[in-house]
Design a protein around this ligand. Structure first.
Ligand SMILES: [Zn+2]
Length: 376
C-alpha cells in the first residue's frame, strides 16, 4: 500500500513544460480546475446527499413532513452554509440523514448519485466512506447496507464511467455505535477486502473514544492489507495525530492541528503520509477561522502530499472543483500546485500498484489535454 511513484510527488517534465507555456490568469486557473482530472479520497456517503436526493429519499421512506418541503426549504434545513461554533454542531446535522438511508434502495441510489456528481467534476476514481452500523436497521443488517452501497457504486461506474471503492468508518461516539458494532464493521470490512472495500477509517467526535481504543482494529486491518486512515487533528487538541503516525496509518483525515504539535509536520513528511485536505469543511466546523489561514499552504511548502476532498459535499453544498478554487484563491496554489496535489491524490489511493498505474496514465493524458486546451 505504501508504494510510491518515483520522483518528488510533482508533475512530469512534459506537464511542467506545458504549464510554462501558458500565461496564467485567474480565469485560466479556473478553467484548468474545471478541466483537470481529479480523484476524491475523503468523501462520506451520508454527507453527500443533495437537497434533491434528500427529497427523493424522504418520499421513499415515507417521511411526509420532509417530502412536502421545497428544495429551497430542504437546503435551508440540511446544508451548513456558514461556519458553526464547533465540529459537534456540524456532526449533529447528520442525524437528519441517517433515517433516510435505512433501506437498500436508498443506500444504493445515494451511492449511485455520488458517482454522477463525481463525473461532473472530472473525477476518475473516488473512495466513498460510511459506517454500515449507522445505516443498519432491524430488517437491514450491516452487510446488506454495504452490499447496497456496492451495488450503487457498480451502477454508477457503468453509467458515469467513474470507478470507486469503499472505506468502512468505525465510529468514536459511544452513543451512536457500540464497541460490538464497531467490531462487526471491522469484520465486514475484512470479509469484503477483495470485493470493494479498500480501507478503514475512524470518524466522529475526537473527544469521544480516542484512537488508542482501536489499536487491535487497525492492526487487523493492516495485516489484511486494507488501507488505513483516521479523522485526526480535525479539532483541538489533536492528540491522535501522534498515534496515527506511530501506527503507520497511510493517510490522515483533516490533520488541521498538525502544525500546532512540535515536530509533527516533519514526521508526516518523512513518512510520506498523505493529508486528506478538506478546506471548506475545516472552515464550516470552525477548525480554521478563514480559508487564508488554512494550513494547506504550509503543508504543500513542507513537501507533505495532499489529497483534496470535499468531506461532505451535500452537507456543505459544495463541489470538489470549489475546493481547488479555495486553494488557488486563498492559499496561493498555482497551476502546478493544483495539478501536483491532484496527482498526489491518485498516489494516495488505497489501490494496488497494478491498478494505480493505468489510472496515472489516464490522469497524465487528461491533464495534458486540459493544458493543451488552455494554451495561447
Ligand atoms: Zn470526514
Amino acid at each position: 500500500m505504501r508504494e510510491r511513484r518515483s520522483g518528488d510527488g510533482g508533475v512530469s517534465p512534459n506537464l511542467r513544460r506545458a504549464l510554462a507555456d501558458i500565461r496564467w490568469t485567474p480565469p485560466r486557473l479556473s478553467a484548468l480546475i474545471r478541466a483537470m482530472p481529479k480523484v476524491e479520497t475523503h468523501l462520506h456517503l451520508d454527507g453527500s446527499l443533495s437537497p434533491r436526493t434528500i427529497k427523493d429519499l424522504a418520499l421513499l421512506s415515507g417521511d411526509k413532513t420532509l417530502a412536502r418541503k421545497s428544495l429551497a426549504e430542504i437546503e435551508r434545513l440540511a446544508v451548513v452554509k456558514s461556519p458553526r461554533a464547533s465540529l459537534d454542531r456540524v456532526l449533529s446535522s447528520f442525524q437528519l440523514f441517517y433515517p433516510l438511508l435505512r433501506g437498500p434502495w436508498a443506500v444504493e441510489e445515494a451511492a449511485r448519485r455520488v458517482a454522477q456528481r463525481a463525473q461532473g467534476q472530472n473525477v476518475l476514481h473516488f473512495e466513498l466512506r460510511f459506517a454500515p452500523a449507522l445505516l443498519a436497521a432491524d430488517d437491514f443488517p450491516q452487510e446488506d447496507v454495504l452490499k447496497a452501497a456496492l451495488r450503487g457504486l457498480r451502477r454508477g461506474a457503468a453509467e458515469f464511467g467513474v470507478s470507486s471503492a469503499v472505506i468502512v468508518c468505525l465510529i468514536r461516539d459511544e452513543n451512536l455505535v457500540s464497541d460490538e458494532q464497531n467490531s462487526e464493521m471491522l469484520d465486514l470490512a475484512l470479509a469484503y477486502r477483495r470485493r470493494g472495500v479498500v480501507g478503514l477509517d475512524l470518524a466522529g467526535n475526537e473527544r469521544a473514544r480516542p484512537l488508542s481504543r482501536f489499536k487491535s482494529h487497525y492492526a487487523r486491518a493492516r495485516k489484511a492489507g486494507l488501507g488505513t486512515t483516521a479523522h485526526a487533528g480535525e479539532a483541538p487538541p489533536g492528540d491522535d495525530l501522534d498515534l496515527a503516525l506511530d501506527w503507520g496509518l497511510h493517510r490522515i483525515g483533516h490533520g488541521v492541528m498538525a502544525g500546532k504539535r512540535p515536530g509533527l509536520l516533519e514526521r508526516i513528511r518523512e513518512r510520506g503520509v498523505t493529508i486528506e485536505t478538506n478546506p471548506t469543511s475545516n472552515l464550516r466546523t470552525g477548525a480554521v477561522q478563514s480559508l487564508t489561514e488554512h494550513p494547506a499552504k504550509f503543508w504543500r511548502r513542507a513537501g507533505i502530499p495532499l489529497a483534496i476532498s470535499t468531506d461532505d459535499p451535500g452537507l456543505f453544498g459544495i463541489e470538489l472543483g470549489g475546493e481547488y478554487e479555495a486553494l488557488a484563491g486563498h492559499c496561493r496554489f498555482g497551476a502546478e500546485d493544483l495539478l501536483a496535489v491532484s496527482l498526489q491524490g491518485v498516489d494516495s489511493l488505497f489501490l494496488p500498484e497494478r491498478r494505480k498505474r493505468p489510472l496515472r496514465r489516464r490522469w497524465e493524458a487528461l491533464a495534458r489535454k486540459a493544458l493543451a486546451s488552455l494554451a495561447d
